[in-house]
Every structure is written in C-alpha cells, then in structure tokens.
Design a protein around this ligand. Structure first.
Ligand SMILES: *Cc1c(COP(=O)(O)O)cnc(C)c1O
Length: 832
C-alpha cells in the first residue's frame, strides 16, 4: 500500500472520521475524554465533558477538511480568501453539530453517558474576536463559503484577548478582560510549521542585480514570527470543510542562554514579550485611531502573513506567478487589511523579482475591497511619520503607486488640480496622512458597498471622484446573515414549524421561505406561530431574570434594540421615547396601553464617553420605571448585559419589534435587522442601510417607517439645523428634557447627563430631535397593530416569508460570480 491508502485505511478502521452514528460517537467521546483530556468518566467535570465532546466533533470535521484540502491541492481551483481583522464567530459546538447534521446523535450519545448537551453548550466560551457587525459578517461569510462548497480561507488575527466582557455596575458599563483562552480552545490547531517572518522599521537600500535591474532591499530593524492557528469551518450538510487561519505573533527565535550575559538575557526576554504583544488584544472600534502604532502593526502583521501564505500555496501549484490571480481572490473586509495593496506589490517586486507593471497587474486582479462606512471620522488614515517608522518600504511603494495614479488622474481630468489633491493617496493638508480607503480603491479591481443605498451614497460622496474615474469598478453586494446560526440553531422552534408547514427545502435555499406566505391567513398556523414565539420569549425572559433580576412578562410586546452603542444608532432616541411614554402614564395613569418590554443590549467602546452615558441613561430609566407603582408593570426597561453572539441566540428569536433607527445615511447596511426579520420580528426603522431593502421585500404594509431620508438629513444640515427649536415647539419633548435635567434618572444628580443633554440641544449631530415626533407617531402605529393580534401575527409571518434575500448564501453567491470568479468544488468523503 502507498502512504495515502495506508492513511485512508487507518481513517476507515477508526470509523471516527466519517461515522456520525450515536454509538460510534459515544465511544469516541469516551476515548477523547481519556486520551486527550486525560480524565476518567467518573471524575470528569462538565468542562472535561465539553472538551471531549468538542474533540470528537472536531475529529469529524478534520476528516472532511483533509478531504477538502486534498481536492484543492490536486485540482486547479480558485480559492476565495477573506481578509478581515475581525471574525466574530460565536460559540462553535452547536453550530458544528448542526452543520455536520449530527445534533440528534450527539444528544443520544451524551445522554447515554449521563450528560446533557444543552448544559455543555451553556459553558462554552465564545471567541470574541470582533466588535460587532463587521466581524460577524466575516463569520457568516465563512459559513456560507463552506456550505456553498467554495474553496476558501479566512485570514485574520488570533487575539489573545477579544472584545471585553461587559458588566453593569451601578448602572454603568464596566469592562472586564476577555480571557477566552484560559481553559483552552478545543477547536483550533496550532501549526508551528506554517509560519512567516514579518519585519518592521529599518531602512531600504537600492542595488543593481545580475541582470542590471534596480532592486530594493528592505532591512527591517525588528522581526516577529506569525504562526498559524487553524479553525475548521464546516459547511452545512456537505463534506466541504474550509479553514479560518488566524495568526498569532511570536518572538523570532528562542535565544541561546550561552550567548547572553545577565543584562542581555533580560533584554532578550523583553524582546520576546514585545513580539507577543502584537496579537494580544483586539482594538474596540469607535475610538480615535490617533497614534495607535500597535494597531497598524497588527494590520500589517496579519496581512503579510496571509499574502505570504497564499504565495506559498500558489508556488505548490507549479504554475507561473502570473497565474496567481487565477488561483486566489482576496477580499479586503474594510480598510483594515488595505496595506495588502502595498505589501503584495513589495512581495512581487522585491521577493519575486517582477517588474512594476507585472506586479501591479497581479495585485489589482487579486484584490477587491468592501467599504463599510460613510462616516468621515471612521475612514482610516495613518500619519506619515508613524507609517514611515514602521513600514518604510511599503511607504515608498505607496508613493510610487500614487505618482503613477495621479499622472493618470491628470491625464483623465486635465487642468483639475483640486481633483488630484482630493484623490491623492496622501492627505497633504496639515499633518500628512496616508488615506487607506484611497489605497484600497486604487489597488482593487472591484469596490463594493454593503447595501443598495450605501453603495449609491458611496459613489456620490466619499468615493465620488473614484467612481467617476472608474465607474466599472463600483458595485453593490447587500450583506446577508447565515440562516444556520440565526435560524436553525438559535430558533429550533421556528425551524421545526417551517419544516412541518412548507417542507425542508428552505434549508438549502432560503428564498423557499416565500412559500410561507400561503399560510399567512391560516388560523391554525397563526396559533402555532404564536405558541412558538411565546416559548422563545419565555426563554429570553428567564435569561433576563437571571442576568438582571428583572421580571418581564412574555405576553408583553418585546421591543428590542441590540447592537453596539453609538450616537448614530440612536439608542437615545429610543430612550427619549420611553421617558415620554412614562410621563404620559404618570399624567394619565388610566391610559389604556399594551404592556411593552424595552430590551437593550450592546457594548460601548471603552473610550467613547457619550456612548457610556447612553447606557447609564437606559439603566437610569429602568431604575425609575420598573418599580413605579403607577406603571404597574405595563412598561419594563431592561439593559441585558454583555450582548454577544451567544446572547444574541436568545434575543433575536424573541423580539416582536426590531429597532433599526439610525440616522438615514449613516448605517452602511446593518445585519441585526436581517436576523430579526428572519425570526419574525417587525421592523421600526428609517430608510437607512439594508432597511430599505427589508421594507421592499416585506412590503411597506409590513414595516414601520419613520424619519428623514438621507437627502433630507443632508438638506437639514445645510439649512442650519437647530435642535433646540424642536424642543421649544414640542411640550412632550421639553418635559422629557426637564425630567432628565432634574436628575430624575440619575438618582437625583442633575449633572450626570449634562454632556448628553448639551450635545443634543446644541449640536445633535445625528438629528435625534428632528426625528423624535415622527418616531413617537410611528410607535403609536406599532401599538395599534400589536393590539390586533391577528394582524400582527400576519405581519410577523410575512416578514419571515420575505427574508430569503438576506441569507449570506445569496451574498456569497454574488461575490463569487461578480467579483471572485470562484466556483463550487464538490467534496465527497465517501469516495476518497
Ligand atoms: C449581528 C450582530 C451585530 C450587528 O448588529 P447591527 O444591528 O447590524 O449593528 C453586532 N453584534 C453582534 C453580537 C451580532 O450578532
């Protein structure tokens, strides 16, 4: 037998790798408990059992991964590489069991071992390797890539500390270090053999090579090593298993004791510590980037590791480097990996010895860029001195790209110096800066926004000059979310009801949910729908009681706003409305209103004082309203702490109303809005991001619309918007402000919310007060609809029925076809 068939025979006799039957699985869990965890069943802790179960699941994924890799290596497939500084993948066990289609067998096996899978799922730590929507999008896309059988690699950073854990103390957010690795991570494989050297600082030298060509040699001052940590990403009900490859930094070489005297020894240890800080911690977003040298170093570190890895894999193919773009497509998730433009050029020029034109052609054909923001303050720039000191060679290359690029601008638009200045990769005003969005746009063959409105605004505003110069390069790919995690896994009640009502076709193609529309007026189905939703709400109520001590009634309308806390997302608009409602009930205690439970969740960036104050306002309102005898439980306000993917599993399926109330023109897409819709929540929202498309799909009758449009927002600003005018002309609103100013929601202290109130009254950059009255009126329409249970249920069903477009499978299909030119490759474990 040759080596390969020996290996296959071993796998087959083990049975472990393919066999998903309960009995084989049970034996495997015990074997893993003893041989990998090192414990006998009678003394094993729940965490030991969790690890044994996770290893047994991982074994099955590794067999599929090996089979996938083998096919990818043997054939000339194109690999889609998704480069992202964040992957907010969420808990893994439940999702992997689902995608392997072995949830029932695992339950049976664990039950036979006296273990409850739900209890084990509950103790799993979530890898919080992202801030919010952008990182979660990357994770949804990895799930869809595997499910659609597209050869793919996710490239990112193995942060030792992910996004902080949030606790609420005295109503304020407190950040706690996320030690997600402290009990080990059973899903990852460290690959010491897959590692690359990454340089920083130093200087460059020019020299002439043997053929008389000018070459540049970069001599970095320091080096670190990037080591691959691989996480398998299993597709749903297919044998494809791709990899998420996260880089962690290490010191280059362990040093030799004999070479050091005592002083040098400690310096050398220090050097090792510094090297390892590179992948230590995820930066929270929404904070000024200023001076974050380590952040730029992180970005370069993971991008260089990833590109070197792709070039190594390409070299295994025995084709010439010119074919690199036929083997790999690299998508840049926002500008965080945009240094890839300069780094791929450097590798092709300095390491592979290509000419500029050949290198540029390969770079452009390989890279594509997804923009995620229109907020000018969120567009990344790096000061030139900082950039120069960290990446001198890459800066030289950026200058050369810019030189050639600006020549082409002047050629296309003669006598328009202002345009060239605007488009330059370097911002020459004041302290000079490198504009990363410009670098990404120039270096990519495709640039996309993430919702139809966002892509339009991108072309009209921040990248207008570029869209005029390269109209073909710009396109839209509306975001999506994975229905595996956000429907099948987190809402099994709904999934079962769907199977029983329209069959299981929706599991392979979410647009099949459309068939649900035929049942939207069926009374029997309404009853089952409401029962399913009640159970989901009762389950969330139990978690809320556990986390906050607040009792909420599952019969109340669950009005939910969960997302990062930010002024543009306008949690304070929601808060002001709650105060106005509360005041109305205080004035008229007999008012007939449907009980509502307002549920908030989300983290504020640690340095974003205004966002932290918004959390305090919400908890302050909760303190007053929840215990007020006049309210008598008709209003409840909850701040559900530590919103993350795991908590989201309980929240999205339990929401009746989805709050998507950002200032129009500010939210690029949103993805929370899609998760809510899929699970049957109705949206109250502005015409912003993907809300526009959600309303189109659901139908205007099944959506609560309010607020200024993006155009009206811009117009109001041009017309000299004066927020205080809105307060003067609205008695309800002025009463709300006077209550806050009196310290009503800050335990009597009138100073606490002053910065928030002053900001709203003086500037209100996100037009909260301009939209207030319309929001209140729209909430009245929500209440009216809710009072008519039949009408509400119908609307809820229609939202799920029309949510098919928002599957990340549709989005990934568009990327494959329109940007990557990537195709499915069938993996069949049985026929290896
Ligand atoms: C989906 C998701 C988000 C994004 O929510 P938006 O409402 O689109 O801002 C943020 N955080 C987590 C944990 C999520 O699952």
């Amino acid at each position: 037998m040759n080596e390969v068939s020996v290996a296959e025979a071993a796998l087959n006799t083990q049975g472990a790798t393919h066999d998903v039957s309960a009995y084989a699985f049970q034996n495997d869990v015990v074997r893993n408990l003893i041989c990998r965890v090192g414990r006998y069943p009678d003394i094993a802790s729940p965490h030991d059992w969790y690890m044994a179960l996770a290893f047994s699941v991982r074994d099955r994924m590794l067999a599929r991964w090996a089979a996938s890799t083998k096919v990818y290596a043997a054939q000339n497939v194109k690999v889609a590489c998704y480069l992202s500084a964040e992957f907010l993948i969420g808990p893994q066990l439940g999702n992997n069991l689902l995608n392997l289609d072995m949830g029932d067998e695992a339950r049976e096996a664990m039950h036979a071992l006296g273990q409850d899978v739900d209890a084990l799922l509950a103790i799993e730590e979530e890898p919080g390797l992202g801030n919010g929507g952008l990182g979660r999008l990357a994770a949804c896309y990895m799930d869809s890539l595997s499910t659609l059988e597209i050869p793919a690699i996710g490239y990112g950073i193995h942060y030792e500390f992910g996004i902080f854990d949030q606790v609420i103390r005295d109503g304020w957010q407190v950040e706690v270090t996320d030690k997600w690795l402290q009990n080990g991570n059973p899903w990852e494989l460290v690959r010491p053999d897959v590692s690359y050297y990454i340089g920083f600082g130093g200087y460059t030298q020019q020299q002439t090579d043997a053929e008389g060509r000018l070459r540049v040699n970069w001599i970095p001052a320091r080096q670190v090593k990037g080591v691959a940590c691989d996480l398998p990403v299993q597709g749903y009900r297919v044998d494809t298993c791709n990899v998420l490859r996260l880089w962690k930094s290490e010191a280059v070489e362990s040093f030799d004791f004999q070479d050091f005297n005592a002083g040098e020894y400690y310096e050398a240890v220090q050097e090792k510590v510094v090297s390892e800080t590179l992948s230590k911690v995820l930066y929270p977003n929404d904070e000024p980037e200023a001076g974050k040298r380590l952040r730029l170093a992180q970005q370069y570190f993971f991008v260089s590791c990833s590109l070197q890895d792709m070039l190594r894999l390409a070299a295994l193919k025995n084709t010439s480097i010119e074919h690199f773009p036929d083997l790999f497509a690299a998508q840049l998730n926002d500008t965080h990996p945009s240094i890839a433009v300069a780094e791929l050029m450097r590798l092709l020029l300095d390491v592979h010895g290509l000419s500029w034109d050949a290198a540029w052609d390969i770079t452009q054909r390989t890279l594509a860029y997804t923009n995620h923001t229109l907020l000018p303050e969120a567009l990344e720039t790096w000061s030139l001195p900082l950039f120069q000191s960290l990446l001198p060679r890459q800066l030289e290359i950026i200058y050369e790209i810019n030189h050639r690029f600006l020549d082409s601008v002047r050629c296309a638009f003669p006598a328009d110096d202002a345009r060239a200045t605007r488009m330059s990769l370097i911002d020459e005003r004041g302290d000079k800066k490198v504009r990363m969005a410009h670098l990404a746009t120039v270096g990519a063959h495709a640039v996309n926004g993430v919702a139809a409105l966002h892509s339009d605004l991108l072309r009209q505003t921040v990248l207008r000059d570029f869209a005029e110069m390269y109209p073909q390069r710009f396109l839209n790919v509306t975001n999506g979310v994975t229905p595996r995690r956000f429907l099948m896994l987190s809402n099994p009640g709904l999934a079962g009801l769907l199977d029983g009502t329209i069959g299981a076709k929706w599991r392979a193609d979410l647009t099949e949910l459309d068939a649900l529309a035929a049942h939207a007026d069926d009374d029997g189905f309404h009853e089952a729908w409401r029962a399913m939703r009640f159970d989901n709400k009762a389950a969330l109520a139990a978690r809320i009681a556990d986390a906050t001590g607040i009792d909420v009634d599952p019969n109340a309308l669950f009005d939910v706003q969960v997302k990062r806390i930010h002024e543009y997302k306008r949690q304070h608009l929601n808060a002001l409305y709650i105060i106005s409602l509360y005041r109305r009930l205080c004035r008229d205690p007999g008012l007939d209103i449907a009980p509502r439970c307002f549920i908030f969740g989300g983290k504020a960036a640690p340095g974003y004082a205004m966002a932290k104050l918004m959390i305090r306002l919400i908890t302050g309102i909760a303190e007053v309203v929840n215990d007020d005898p006049v309210i008598d439980g008709r209003l409840k306000v909850v701040f559900y702490p530590d919103f993350n993917v795991k908590n989201g599993h309980w929240v999205y399926p339990a929401a009746d109303l989805s709050e998507q109330i950002s200032t129009a023109g500010k939210e690029a897409s949103g993805t929370g809005n899609m998760k809510f819709m899929m699970n049957g929540a109705l949206t109250i929202g502005t015409l912003d991001g993907a809300n526009v498309e959600i309303r189109e799909e659901a139908g205007a009758d099944n959506f609560f619309l309010f607020g200024l449009t993006a155009q009206q927002v811009e117009q109001a600003k041009r017309d000299g918007y004066r927020p205080s005018d809105y307060v003067k002309s609205n008695d309800e609103l002025s009463d709300v402000f006077s209550q806050i100013a009196q310290g009503r929601f800050s335990r009597g202290d009138p100073n606490v919310f002053r910065p928030l109130v002053d900001s709203l009254l003086q500037f209100d950059p996100f037009l909260v007060l301009a939209d207030f009255a319309d929001y209140v009126a729209c909430q009245q329409r929500v209440s009216d609809a809710w009072q008519d249970a039949r009408r509400w249920t119908r609307m809820s069903i229609m939202n799920t029925a029309r949510s098919g477009k928002f599957s990340s499978d549709r989005a990934i299909g568009e990327y494959c076809e329109r940007i990557w030119n990537a195709r499915a490759v069938r993996i069949d474990l049985e026929q290896r």
